[in-house]
Ligand binder design. Structure first.
Ligand code: NAD
Length: 443
């Protein structure tokens, strides 16, 4: 099949590469000329395990092409995926300008029947707006080409995006039309072989399903962080509690890790956007508001622990930071807890010496050259001579460390662990002061 994909970010590029990999002919369109130029040279602008190899392999085979020519993208295929960004606006609502701009382009250049597939995360009712924009553009041209708009939200996770796309837990198709569902079923068939993962529903329910999924996951995180904060004040260990509740099959072990708050490009914006959509519909989503509030407090937890460890005196200190990305196996620093911490440290007059296996370029892009941020060549280099060590992201290489080395090389023996990676007794045995999240310590 011939497919056009608008947007070559985490979702669009992974979608394009994975579809090309099973033999579809894919044209990826982006307004970012620099990004398209890089992709044409076989360079991938984001870090995602396995993605570069897949892009290069399919580009060389001629199945995956890149262009800034949006009209050509509209004409190229009968199936047009919209996978552009839907960033948050000041009031929390999703900015639909990119989605609607693509709809406008489609309406202006459509030359025959098309199925427009919404992959971006969008508020309920957006498919209707996309349809209206296309219809209006068609009317202005006096054209009468037929088209359908459906919703096909994406559930991939950064860091395991290819694995998630190629082995999906479910493929949601929101459309009232049997012919549309059939076409998408055909498109996804290579990734839908083990058992049928296709779930069909109406467009609005499909749009809401994506928000409901992210809202549930964010709620689990905020719930565990709240429990951690309670545990900490009562001398209980949240890691014991986690095992204790996870053993209940109604709760399960997945996604109940306490930490320093959720970040990334999805949970924060989607929780806020859902609350905003609800409010517009005349309903106050109090749980969503609380999930966000709890998370905002949690993102400050590492700074507060550091402040307490140094009696409020952080001025002039150098803090080593392990992990900048919002989670392991990605370079994405959008809304990352590391950023909340760094910005608070700078405000307090401290410097940061950071290391992340993949997000160093992103750190430079976000913060540029500044005297109070240095990027170390390795995690041990970051720690050597620092006043304290803080762990923000649970990259595998931080899991096993030589605590005797840290004791010898940190200026003060302080470790603040935002991911509960270590056994507190083990760390403390080496003469280090160890403050984790919800593990019975009062700092
Ligand atoms: P991104 O910011 O990484 O990429 C978006 C891309 O769209 C950019 O390259 C941008 O230049 C391009 N773009 C903007 N306007 C365009 C236009 N008019 N025509 C063509 N290209 C245009 O975004 P992302 O992380 O891939 O997310 C895309 C959507 O998918 C969002 O709605 C997001 O919420 C959703 N989503 C993201 C993830 C994730 O893990 N990142 C997972 C599931 C769903």
């Amino acid at each position: 099949m011939k497919l056009s994909i608008f947007g070559t970010g985490y979702v669009g590029l992974v979608t394009g590469a994975c579809f090309a990999d099973v033999g579809h002919e894919v044209l990826c369109i982006d307004v970012d000329a620099g990004r398209i130029a890089m992709l044409k040279e076989g360079r991938v602008p984001i870090f995602e395990p396995g993605l570069r190899e897949m892009v290069v392999r399919n580009a060389e085979a001629g199945r995956l092409k890149f262009s800034t020519d949006a009209p050509a993208g509209v004409r190229f295929a009968d199936l047009i995926f919209i996978a552009v960004g839907t960033p948050p606006q000041h009031n929390g609502s999703a900015d639909l300008s990119h989605v609607l701009a693509v709809a406008e382009t489609i309406g202006e250049h459509i030359d025959g029947y098309k199925i427009v597939v919404g992959k971006s995360t969008v508020p309920v009712g957006t498919a209707d707006r996309v349809e209206a924009v296309i219809a209006a553009a068609l009317a202005r041209r006096g054209a009468t080409h037929g088209f359908d708009v459906c919703s096909n939200p994406e559930f991939l996770k950064e860091g395991s995006a290819i694995e998630d796309f190629t082995k999906p837990a479910r493929i949601i198709i929101g459309s009232e039309k049997e012919a549309v569902r059939k076409k998408l079923q055909e498109c996804y068939a290579p990734y839908n072989r083990n058992h049928d993962k296709l779930i069909s529903m109406d467009v609005r329910s499909a749009e809401l399903t994506k928000y409901a999924a992210n809202a549930m996951l964010a709620t689990k995180i905020s719930f565990m962080n709240e429990m951690a904060n309670i545990a900490e004040r009562l001398g209980a260990d949240i890691e014991e509690v986690r095992q204790g509740i996870g053993s209940d099959p109604r709760i399960g072990y997945q996604f109940i890790y306490p930490g320093c708050g959720y970040g990334g490009s999805c949970f924060p914006k989607d929780v806020r956007a859902l609350a905003h959509t609800a409010e517009e519909a005349g309903f106050r989503a109090e749980l969503m508001e609380a999930v966000e509030r709890v998370n905002n407090v949690q993102k400050g937890v590492l700074f507060r622990k550091l402040e307490q460890a140094f009696d409020g005196d952080l001025k002039g200190r150098t803090i080593a930071l392990w992990g900048l990305a919002f989670k392991p196996n990605t370079d994405d620093m959008r809304d990352a807890p590391s950023r909340t911490l760094m910005e608070a440290l700078w405000e307090a007059g401290a410097s940061v010496r950071a290391f992340d296996p993949e997000a160093m370029t992103e750190a430079r892009r976000h913060y540029g050259e500044r005297l109070d941020l240095s990027l170390a060549s390795g995690h041990l280099d970051a720690a050597a001579g620092a006043d304290a060590l803080v762990i923000c992201t649970e990259w595998k290489q931080f899991r096993v460390v030589d605590f005797a080395w840290l004791k010898a090389n940190l200026k003060s023996p302080v470790i603040i662990d935002g991911r509960n990676l270590y056994d507190p007794e083990d760390v403390r045995r080496h003469g280090l002061l160890y403050y984790a999240v919800g593990r019975g310590d009062s700092v």
